[in-house]
Design a protein around this ligand. Structure first.
Ligand code: NDP
Length: 402
């Protein structure tokens, strides 16, 4: 019998939904490039249900209990007295989502003597000290591609909302106004702008493809170049480094993982190299940007806007400067947890568990750490190390806003 400890975000303040705005989600046959969708033997949920919150349980309870395993689900994840810390010592498997991450640090690995597998239900395992996972022989897996397209759609939405000044315009309506000049004094067309992505992996490339229709000039930087065919198809300009790209871009979108190489990449120095009036969109990870440098650049007018859904730590404390800085379009971490995405990563989590309990290999593309090394996707896209330092601040978040 294994104990599976699952950390999920809270149910809606109005309670777990009894009905939904739509009757389901479209069926997707495969991901771009041909990767297959998750292939669990079966699922015990209806796609389109809320699965990522505590009562949704990622649709796993029936399956796990039918195999004789124990499932513990909680949202109480930070601090020494949290349910997570109390349940950790005899857990064999930990599951958590990047939106409401259960930070797995060296101290917690030391307490988790029985831990063998840490699953990220979603993409991005930077809330896990990967170096420590390697040392403690814990396998780390995530559900690659499950929400990449979800995020790419969010990126396009955020670029447009900043450039067109959508959020303040919406707010004028809610306030009862008709203040056209107030709305348009910061509103531009995206057409003709130079837009660049830091990383052209699954999300970055999907963003580039979606933006092509807007008649913009597209740029990218990555550790590896895309194929000449793709570069030609999208008329891409490749930059060997991020500095060269940000100098010429009106809009920069960040789509690389957080690992020691990318931590605080956007600091005062790099932001100073961006064009005055540029927009920065970050749906990758909060810590890729220096939070105070971003706030300063918005206040002094060097950046015209910043938007994203990723913060560090998560949940962001009430005094996090990104809640109050000017010209921002921040949301909580939601882009990868649409109901559509949840159906895919819940199914992927189930597939990983079926493989694990059935002693079958987990797909290479889902592996981040295995056998004491970076493996699969982890070996390609991450670097060894730890990007969790400072996570304790998450404990400052108070649920008063609920
Ligand atoms: P991929 O693994 O497909 O792409 C990541 C890309 O980043 C790869 O092309 C990788 O290069 C590149 N990369 C890594 N390090 C660097 C670097 N130092 N400079 C430039 N490029 C770099 O992942 P996805 O596109 O699916 O996801 C990317 C990230 O987005 C995730 O790691 C996660 O942090 C975030 N994300 C956010 C979500 C949200 O809800 N907001 C949901 C899903 C993901 P290569 O492999 O060529 O070495």
């Amino acid at each position: 019998m294994s104990k599976v400890l699952c950390v999920l975000y809270d149910d809606p303040v109005t309670g777990y939904p009894k009905s939904y705005a739509r009757d389901g989600v479209p069926t997707i046959k495969s991901y771009p490039g041909g990767q297959t969708l998750p292939t669990p033997k079966s699922i015990d949920f209806k796609p389109g249900q809320l699965l990522g919150s505590v009562s949704g349980e990622l649709g796993l309870r029936k399956f796990l209990e039918s195999l004789g395993h124990k499932l513990v689900v909680t949202s109480d994840k930070d601090g020494a007295n949290s349910t997570f810390e109390k349940e950790l010592p005899d857990a064999s498997i930990v599951i958590s989502q990047p939106f409401w991450p259960a930070y797995l640090t060296e101290e917690r690995f030391k307490k988790a003597k029985k831990l063998e597998l840490a699953i990220t239900a979603g993409i991005g395992s930077d809330h896990i000290d990967l170096e420590a996972a390697m040392r403690h022989g814990v396998t780390v897996a995530e559900v690659s591609y499950s929400n990449s397209i979800s995020v790419s759609e969010h990126v396009v939405m955020m670029i447009l909302s900043l450039v067109r000044n959508y959020i303040p315009s919406y707010q004028w309506v809610v306030k009862g106004g008709w203040n056209i000049a107030d709305c348009v004094e910061r509103s531009y067309d995206l057409e003709g702008m130079n837009v660049g992505t830091v990383a052209a992996g699954r999300i970055g490339l999907a963003v580039l493809r979606r933006l092509k229709a807007f008649d913009v000039k597209l740029h990218y930087t990555d550790r590896y170049r895309l194929s000449p065919d793709v570069e030609k198809e999208l008329n891409l300009t490749f930059h060997p480094n991020v500095e060269s790209m940000v100098k010429v871009c009106d809009v920069v979108t960040i789509n690389c993982p957080l690992h020691p190489e990318t931590e605080h990449m956007f600091d005062d120095k790099l932001i100073a190299k961006m064009k005055r009036g540029a927009y920065l969109i970050n749906t990758a990870r909060g810590k890729i940007c220096d939070k105070d440098a971003v706030a300063r650049a918005l206040e002094n007018g060097h950046l015209a806007g910043y938007a994203g859904d990723v913060w560090f730590p998560q949940p962001a404390p009430q005094d996090h400067p990104w809640r109050t800085m000017p010209y921002h379009g921040m949301t909580p971490h939601v882009s990868g947890t649409s109901l559509s995405a949840q159906a895919r990563y819940a199914a992927g989590t189930r597939e990983i568990l079926e493989c694990w309990f059935g002693l079958r290999p987990i797909r290479e593309e889902y592996l981040i750490v295995d056998g004491g090394h970076l493996a699969g996707t982890g070996a390609h896209s991450y670097s060894a190390g730890n990007a969790t330092s400072g996570w304790e601040e998450a404990n400052k978040y108070r649920t008063g806003a609920r």
